[in-house]
Design a protein around this ligand. Sequence first.
Ligand code: NAD
Ligand code: ZN
Ligand code: ZN
Length: 351
Amino acid sequence: MRAVQIVKWQSDPEIREVPEPEAGPGQVVIKVGAAGACHSDLHVLYDYPEGAVPYELPFTLGHENAGWVHQLGAGVQGFEVGQPVAVYGPWGCGRCRMCSAGVEIYCEDPANAFVPSGGGGLGMNGGYAPYMLVPDARFLIPLPDGLEPVQAAPLTDAALTPYHAVKRSLPKLVAGSNTVVIGVGGLGHLGVQILKALSSTNVIAVDVKDNALELARSSGADVTIRSGDDAAEQVRDATGGRGADLVLDFVAAEQTLALAQKSVRLLGDLTIVGAGHGTIPVGFYTQPYEVSIQSVCWGSRPELAEVFQLALRGQVKPEVTTFALDDVLDAYRQMQDGTLKGRAVIVPNEG
Ligand code: NAD
Ligand code: ZN
Ligand code: ZN
């Protein structure tokens, strides 16, 4: 079968002929229905020199996956061939305190994880191929009726990650509160929808491009601001001079982190979701009192079940553009040049 693989650090991916996977004991092969294209693919492909990330090459990209059970390995129970499923993305050891709580991305025993800080498409073969090996049936979540793979795939990261980020700040998102969302792409537009679904906070969205600001409005943002020199002032105006109770930075460039720090209010949360390489100085005088600054990574299995329920109710609905397997580079290019709206989703078994 053909698969889109990373074969060399800081290089374009390649479409290569690879063997179809076989399910060993406890494992499952899925027929990939959809694999979301995350901006993290671009960081993985181009940002890191050899040795910086604990992944062995080559592997097939695509870490937001959904499809149908294709082959069940010996001993796997509770699934049927043809059943629609989504894949919980991070694959830890399954036994430590974090994995037991369903937070496999923060596995405390990385030496015994399938891959440290990764999963299918991040260190192991992912969904940019017609078939994908899921190395333990515990990573499969049955898709509820009404949720198609093309919608479900982005839920496993593009929605799960902002869901986790929003949920930890929920007690602050009371009536009269304000939340700034910086970067309204794949994650950001779902972040806006999740904020509106879970809370009464006023959502102020910031982006550099028109189609993202449009998407922010159609996703429920109350105010949109173009990213630029006066963005912090506009945020101050939009929050009655107080600043935002929560700032979610889905970019994490130097400029957006500086905006985040200027926008956050007393007692607020500044949460870094984007994997950009920007930094900001932090000290006694650099932000209002009792601001909490944190970075977050992905989300838990119970949170993914919650995200599916919001999607079934229509409260979270990814804006999706589909691409064939051969067009992965086009999807990446559109993500980079700003023409993509929402999430690109690869459909490897089309046609
Ligand atoms: P995306 O390309 O779909 O969206 C990024 C958005 O940010 C775009 O709309 C872009 O126009 C906007 N943007 C770029 N520069 C900006 C600026 N200076 N000011 C305002 N807006 C700006 O990307 P995505 O797939 O949504 O991912 C966003 C980031 O989150 C990436 O860095 C990705 O690697 C990271 N990510 C992190 C996690 C995690 O667990 N922490 C999970 C998934 C993705
Ligand atoms: Zn991702
Ligand atoms: Zn673990």
